[in-house]
Design a protein around this ligand. Structure first.
Ligand SMILES: Cc1cc2nc3c(=O)[nH]c(=O)nc-3n(C[C@H](O)[C@H](O)[C@H](O)COP(=O)(O)OP(=O)(O)OC[C@H]3O[C@@H](n4cnc5c(N)ncnc54)[C@H](O)[C@@H]3O)c2cc1C
Length: 405
């Protein structure tokens, strides 16, 4: 079977590894616009913090690709797909016929469409080149402002502080950090920890209106008429799936490439996994769903009758000294949920479990032992129902209907 894969991220390499495990006989061509082989994208944060090099985060060499029957085409993205002739064309002009084509080409960072966003020294962080560009500014007491207080924004800010003399601020539109993963109390605990341990400045509830400067960025203005100075700005305000090629070829695209439970698009022999894929209205944008989708696709291609039925979102903040794990629905806003929480601000501890119809559907754990946090995560992932001994996780005597105790 001839497989052509667009992209060489975690979705792509997981698929390759799984196909080998299943002894699936395929000739695989992988195309990527990057100039280097696969590296662990989340570990770019360690490179930003000067704690790892690109070599440390690159697990597979040429031999690995050979042994998996893969021809890797570096710096040569797929630019066109002809779904009727089953042919893909690369930027360098290679025409590849395929039995199965897999979109595993990820996502790109979103940049706020505001005045001044094209000034110099404004970055996003998606690949190794971005890290190198940002690091050129180290060592000059640089004022770096990260726009976006989500997981990635916070990890970047902590890494920038770890790397040296940078003065680092994080700007968040919402009035609290990690609005998608935490509730207000948890976010307050986290903010205190980050201020105390890393000296990051936070500007919360600020809508960025405009970036100013002559040639280089110098200033960020907010909609409330306040402003701050900046030498470097990094946007961390979410990602958008790379859907252009799919869209042009007539494949159904909404926020991502629409796939069914067999990871298949509406075109014959064309599949999608990872950040580029949309399953059941959800584009996940994290590693575990990309891995789960790629594993399921290997089963589908090897005719194992595998299906994919969705993933449970889970986020871990990888900032040294701060354990944070949030899973599932963490901040539901209707009355069908019951929750229990407990926090100790002075010790940087917060735990919360969320229940729906007697089953665990969400959890937040900050500052507690990893083992216990993982147990809370498992309760959600397994959809376990409440039992009296579960209460020891939150150390509360009872759960009250629809509210916090
Ligand atoms: C700095 C950073 C930290 C992160 N930390 C975490 C974390 O801690 N936990 C977590 O779960 N997730 C994390 N993520 C998100 C995670 O990296 C992604 O969810 C994951 O990499 C998605 O895998 P993927 O294979 O779908 O796509 P990607 O890893 O994005 O790989 C897709 C590849 O396809 C290439 N490409 C694009 N267009 C084409 C084309 N037309 N033809 C060929 N190739 C193309 C891209 O350049 C890219 O190399 C982080 C992301 C970043 C940037």
């Amino acid at each position: 079977m001839k497989l052509v894969i667009a992209g060489n991220g975690v979705g792509s390499v997981t698929l390759i590894k799984e196909l080998k495990k299943l002894n699936f006989d395929a000739k695989i061509d992988v195309f990527t616009d990057e100039k280097r082989p696969f590296y662990w994208r989340p570990r770019l944060i360690e490179v930003l913090a000067n704690e790892a090099t690109i070599k440390d985060i690159t697990p597979y060499n040429e031999k690995w690709y050979d042994s998996h029957n893969v021809k890797l085409h570096l710096s040569d993205p797929i630019v066109e797909l002809n779904i009727n002739d089953k042919k893909a064309r690369s930027k360098a002009g290679k025409i590849m016929s395929y039995d199965a084509f897999i979109f595993a080409n990820g996502s790109k960072c979103f940049v706020l469409p505001i005045k001044g966003n094209d000034l110099e020294n404004i970055y996003t962080l998606r690949d190794y080149d971005d890290v190198e560009n940002i690091k050129k500014h180290y060592g000059h007491s640089t004022k770096i402002v990260v726009i976006g207080g989500g997981i990635l924004g916070i990890e970047m800010a902590a890494a920038l502080k770890q790397a040296g003399e940078n003065e680092v601020s994080v700007v968040e539109f919402f009035p609290y950090l990690l609005p998608r993963q935490l509730d207000k109390q948890a976010a307050t605990v986290l903010k205190k920890q980050l201020e105390r341990s890393y000296g990051i400045n936070f500007l919360l509830g600020k809508a960025t209106a405009e970036l100013g400067g002559e040639k280089k960025v110098e200033k960020i203005s907010f909609s409330d008429k306040t402003s701050i100075n900046a030498d470097v700005v990094i946007f961390s305000v979410g990602v958008r799936s790379n859907t252009n090629v799919a869209k042009k070829s007539g494949i159904k695209v909404e926020r991502g490439i629409v796939i069914d439970e067999h990871l298949k698009t509406n075109a014959n022999g064309v599949y999608a996994v990872g950040d580029v894929a949309q399953y059941d209205n959800v584009v996940y944008g994290t590693v575990p769903p990309s891995v789960e989708q790629a594993r399921a696709l290997a089963g589908v291609l090897a005719s194992q009758n595998r299906t994919y039925t969705g993933s449970i979102m889970s986020n871990m903040l990888k900032v040294a000294g701060i354990n944070l794990l949030s899973t599932g629905k963490t901040n539901p806003d209707d009355g069908n949920f019951r929750f229990a929480s407990q926090g100790d601000m002075s010790r940087g501890i917060y735990k919360k479990v969320i229940l729906e119809k007697g089953r665990f559907v969400g959890s937040i754990a900050i500052g507690i032992k990893t083992q216990e946090a993982l147990r809370m995560k498992k309760l959600v992932e397994n959809g376990e129902s409440i039992r009296s001994d579960i209460l020891k996780y939150v150390e509360l005597a009872e759960l009250s209907e629809g509210g916090m105790i």
